[in-house]
Design a protein around this ligand. Structure first.
Ligand code: PLP
Length: 387
């Protein structure tokens, strides 16, 4: 019997030629994926073993991105998550249990701290903050119930560069896994696994995306036991990602090399200019000597990126800082970074016991504008401090 046109809409009998070889990875969409036979039906997340079973666990587009990140970071496996914050949550919820204890650097990304303080606490996990420059002395803070140690280097906003190998050695002596937020290094300017890290994550939102138009994260590991544990939690939490966003991230990867090179050069130029201004007490840029842990950056990193912070002298109050930031025209005011646009954002009252900067700190992200135009914008902005 010929099919009704309504059935044809769902079960067409058309086909197009096979063998289209695009230079780039296509966007594969799909929630339902088909099994050859009812005997093959499974709902396991590990698509490498069971073949494709459900779009929630990944598509060829997201697996291509995961494989590319794995290759760049020299890991063994990678999970793509809906954002960098989701990657942090995935790690926490995989490695901690009620009754446990987590160590985080004081300079950790604010929302990572929020998960620890507000979500992990609710689950019966205690979090404790350590001096980011503690190095191997972290060993004395590790308890019997410590389940996870976080590093972030350089730290968010205050930019402390950490002695990751020393912290890794202490963690491993105690049998505790070490997780690193490697967003600043885009997964490439700091070799996490070579420095002893067990679990590395980044917000692909930043440098890999590179154009402020997507949100994605990644978690990369080497150990098969970590792969199994993370995969299980990834499935339970339903951390699906859009193939369209993965496709944009794959495109971002193609230009990551040239973007990072230009961003490093421009950011260094602007940071050095800032360091010469009389209103500036210091510039927290890992490649400049005032940055806490600068020598560790020289030892462990292969380059610097686009973000740094400026600490103004005590003569410059918060109103003056707001006036300066508001007066800039090329520097926009906004969170996130790693895109093509320069940004400036003041941070007042950061939770910092070790190096409190009070209300004197502005974080800059340098974009791909011509650096002389950025300097001219800042030059004009700094005159508002002298009014
Ligand atoms: C932005 C950022 C994140 C979170 O990434 P989202 O994709 O915005 O969730 C995590 N860590 C660091 C260091 C970041 O800068």
């Amino acid at each position: 019997m010929p099919l009704d046109w309504r059935t044809k809409l769902v079960h067409p009998h058309v086909s197009v030629s096979e063998g289209f070889k695009s230079l780039v990875t296509p966007v594969y969409r799909g929630s339902t994926t088909l099994f050859e036979s009812a005997t093959n039906v499974t709902d396991h997340w590990d698509q490498r073993h069971v073949r494709y079973s459900y779009g929630l666990y990944g598509t060829p587009t997201s697996f291509e991105l995961a494989a590319r990140i794995t290759e760049l970071e020299d890991g063994a496996h990678c999970f793509i998550t809906p954002g960098g914050q989701a990657a942090i949550a995935l790690i926490d919820l995989t490695f901690v249990r009620a009754g446990g204890h987590v160590l985080l650097p004081e300079s950790v990304y604010g929302p990572n701290r929020d998960i620890a303080d507000r979500l992990l606490t609710r689950l019966g996990v205690e979090s404790e903050y350590y001096e980011p420059l503690i190095g191997g002395e972290i060993g004395s803070m590790i308890r019997d119930n410590t389940q996870l140690i976080w590093c972030e280097s350089p730290g968010s906003v205050t930019m402390e560069v950490q002695d990751v190998p020393a912290i890794a050695a202490a963690a491993h002596r105690a049998g505790v896994p070490l997780a690193l937020d490697n967003t600043y290094a885009a997964g490439v300017l700091f070799d996490a696994f070579a420095h002893g890290v067990d679990i590395t994550m980044q917000a692909l939102t930043k440098y890999v995306g590179g154009h402020s138009d997507l949100l994605l994260g990644s978690v990369t590991i080497r150990e098969d036991t970590h792969y199994a544990a993370l995969g299980d939690t990834h499935q339970l939490l339903g951390m699906a990602v859009s193939p369209d966003d993965c496709s944009l991230a794959l495109r971002g990867l193609q230009t990551l090399g040239v973007r990072l090179q230009q961003l490093e050069e421009s950011a260094m130029t602007v940071a050095r200019w800032c360091a010469e201004q009389p209103e500036v007490e210091m510039v927290l840029h890992p490649a400049l000597p005032d940055c806490p842990g600068h020598d560790l950056w020289e030892r462990d990193f292969t380059g610097s990126a686009s973000v740094f912070s400026v600490v103004f002298t005590t003569q410059i109050g918060p109103e003056a800082i707001v006036r300066l930031v508001d007066s800039l025209t090329l520097f926009k005011i906004g969170y996130s970074w790693g895109g093509v646009t320069s940004l400036a954002i003041p941070y007042f009252d950061l939770p910092r016991r070790y190096r409190p900067y009070g209300s004197r700190l502005v974080r800059f992200n340098i974009g791909l504008e011509a650096v002389d135009d950025l300097l001219a914008d800042l030059e004009r902005g700094f005159t508002t401090l002298r009014a």
